[in-house]
Design a protein around this ligand. Sequence first.
Ligand code: GAF
Length: 400
Amino acid sequence: MTDEHGPGRVTAEFREVYGTEPGGVWAAPGRVNLIGEHTDYNDGFVMPLALPHTCLAAASPRTDGVLRLHSGDVPGGAVELRVEELSPVAGGAGGGDRGGWAAYPAGVVWALREAGLLTGGAGGADLHFESTVPTGAGLSSSAALEVVTATALNDLYGLGLTPPRIAQLCQRAENAFVGVPCGIMDQMASACCTEGHALFLDARDLTQRQVPFDLAAEGLRLLVVDTRVKHELGDGAYASRRAACEAAARALGVRALRDVPFEGLDATLAELERLGCDAATRRRVRHVVTEDRRVEEVIQRLDAGDTRAIGPVLTAGHASCRDDFEISCAELDLVVETAGAAGALGARMTGGGFGGSAIVLVAEADADAVSKAVTEAFGAAGHRAPRIFPAVPSAGARRL
Ligand code: GAF
């Protein structure tokens, strides 16, 4: 057995738990989002990149319709379920809000069956997971767990699913089985990102483009600052933001807020006021419409080869998340303010918000000073020390 997070260790652990050899080992990464927050469920644009941190799964198929799930990161034995009994209502293993990590992989198996992809006794499997994606940090540890499960079952059962289809089924699992009304970004990031690139995604039709994002070549670094303030998507605030956006789109008679043109934004906001929409909802709309525009600006600057120039756009995105979408918190704001004052090129919260992580774009030469300034500011404010590490654009889900 090896101590390293890798195929050797999960294989050895699988053997120990199940007493047999696994049929293979798969990996799926966590992500940070460069820009495009809360735009995915508004059919808009996002731009995540995969982290080197992965959820690994060692897995084997079974022929008796039994699903066994074991995690090296959670104390306790394997959870044992019958595939045919999985239902979003009963939850089998219990849902995200219904109690536990096993709902994510169980939900994926349920979603594959619901889509008619696993029939008869198919779908049974033994799975052992180990993850280095920090949990509750807004870095998509849940999506990594879902996507590694679907990728492993796709191979084990020869389902022929493409990465975007895998992402859709994982989103279905999280929405309907776990009960979290997330968009498609995190699952697409985990399934489709490639090394050295950010993923420019149109969340309406899943059109995607791999955008070269070679920070080292430009003497830059993207830091992740995990504030260690627990972020929890199931707590209702995410759902209420989503509901406000959908209500505004209905009031305007458009399919989604993506269809509100940036150029006519002031007129749209005036129209919403006339229709009786409250001020908070109008701010939500302004965030979504301006955020889509910021994704386009980032793309233009990256296409022009000017990565440094995306810094101010990231910082403007943070202000919009903080003031208009109201999903930031004191710790995230402190990262952005302190990093900016210490010489960072730009910074913003990343992911769902209400805690979790921020990203900081910084010249390599300034990275240590900026990290130190942020850590000291946290100490002075009486916050727990943040965890800071570089985001190296990494590969999406794969068999190892
Ligand atoms: C969470 C969700 F899961 C994503 O779908 C996305 O909405 C994000 O918050 C905000 O951009 O990560």
